[in-house]
Design a protein around this ligand. Structure first.
Ligand code: HSE
Length: 436
């Protein structure tokens, strides 16, 4: 059979890695796909830049449209990133009847509903395994491997840069900014690294996971998102002392009232496997009603781990080239006419446990006032630790763990606690999950 011709848009970390993997493993890949797969054309903004891949034999251009318009090209790999130009190019490619493989989480999270609708209308596939958790085949697992289950919840470390920062802070006492700079140099961080540290990148990925898990539309705007910039070494150490690790988690949970969608730093018991996922590694814990808890682990960023997922998608597309469109695996796991608008809960309706750190005046009755406020809001305390006063002051850190409560009760309690004369500074609150 004729080789399948692929056009690559973007020759950065992921584009370069993808070309390397396709070239190095060409024999194994064609044995799996049933056809030879060759990259014949590629585009980049600057053709003079040094690349991580060998582009010999690939026709290069600065104009991605030349590739999309080339009737010889069967599959377009969108590896540019961002959600403006990439969106236009993907929609044009679809309109020309090309299949698309993308690693672009922002594109899918923000515009996936429209893109999938157009792709289905044209009978083409848009594959996006590399958009979530780099090399971990989590889309495949959730969309196909777990299709017999009702997914109850999932929780994931889905941003490698953030996990790298938290790990280095804990293990080596390194500075936040210093570790972030290293993640950028290694090609892990987003073009705008605030996407990593403020949880936006994780929220893009959680949007996609939740949609596939529950058969709901992609709804990035409804995710409650909190970053890791407020996490101090002090909190990391107190959490350790109490038997917990702080991880930046994306959590999606189906409750009777609706679906919780949230990204925030989270204390988790250190004995959980996922609490021991360090550095740039990612992991996603998925709880299905039939299978129970399952854990997927691997490199969440980097050239070849991401390329691994892109190439797997290319193989899937090649295998399906001759199938009828109605027999393709649905983009969001559920048939398009079965996607349901299940309500997404407001942040205030989230139910979770909490770690609180207070800077309290060292005098009688202070803790009694704090515990009274918590009791007034039906919040039960699980543990309290009072530390030595800060050097040369009469103020001391008090750390509390609470049982599960509604976020709105906690917000109200914290506002009252912060208004006390005997409590200084803001209360530092970190949500806590047992993931049991
Ligand atoms: N910036 C992302 C991360 C890249 O650090 O996980 C992979 O999506």
């Amino acid at each position: 059979m004729k080789p399948v011709k692929v056009g690559v848009l973007g020759l950065g970390t992921v584009g370069g890695g993808t070309i390397n993997v396709l070239q190095r493993n060409a024999t194994e890949i064609s044995r799996r796909a049933g056809r030879e797969i060759i990259v014949t054309r590629a585009s980049a903004r600057n053709l003079d830049r040094e690349r991580i891949c060998d582009t010999q034999g690939i026709s290069l251009t600065i104009d991605p449209l030349e590739i999309i318009n080339d009737p010889e090209i069967d599959i377009i790999l969108e590896l540019i990133g961002g959600d403006t130009l990439a969106k236009d190019l993907v929609l044009i490619a679809i309109s020309k009847g090309k299949h698309v493989v993308t690693a672009n989480k922002a594109l899918i999270a923000l515009h996936g509903n429209e893109i999938f609708e157009q792709a289905s209308a044209k009978g083409v596939m848009v594959a996006f395994e590399a958009a979530v958790a780099g090399g971990i085949p989590i889309i495949k697992a959730l969309r196909e491997g777990l299709s017999g289950n009702q997914i109850e919840w999932l929780a994931g470390i889905i941003n490698g840069t953030g996990n790298f920062i938290l790990t280095e802070m804990r293990d080596k006492g390194r500075d936040f900014a210093d570790v972030l700079a290293e993640a950028q140099a290694l090609g892990y961080a987003e073009a705008d690294p605030t996407f990593d540290v403020e949880g936006i990148d994780a929220a893009h990925k959680l949007t996609i996971l939740a949609s596939i898990a529950f058969g709901i539309p992609l709804q990035f705007e409804k995710i409650f998102t909190e970053g890791i910039t407020q996490i101090t070494r002090e909190d990391v150490n107190y959490a350790e002392e109490l038997g917990y690790r702080i991880k930046h988690l994306g959590i999606a949970r189906k409750t009777e009232a609706g679906i919780e969608l949230r990204v925030h730093p989270t204390l988790i018991p250190h004995r959980r496997l996922i609490a021991n996922v360090d550095g740039v590694m990612n992991a996603v814990l998925v709880k299905g009603d039939a299978v129970g808890p399952t854990l997927y682990y691997g490199a969440g960023a980097g050239a070849e781990p991401t390329a691994s997922a892109v190439v797997a998608d290319v193989v899937d597309v090649v295998r399906a080239l001759t199938t009828d469109p109605e027999n393709h695996v649905p983009h969001l796991a559920f048939q398009a006419n079965s996607i349901e608008d299940i309500p997404i809960l407001d942040a205030e309706e989230i139910k979770t446990a909490y770690y609180l750190r207070l800077n309290a005046e060292d005098k009688p009755g202070v803790l009694a006032e704090v515990t009274r406020i918590l009791a007034d809001h039906q919040i039960s305390i699980e543990a309290i630790i009072q530390k030595e006063p800060h050097k040369g002051t009469t103020r001391l850190p008090v750390i509390m763990l609470t049982q599960m409560t509604l976020e709105k009760e906690m917000n109200a309690a914290i506002a009252e606690i912060e208004a006390l004369d005997t409590i200084h500074d803001k209360v530092n609150r970190i949500r806590m999950e047992t993931l049991g």
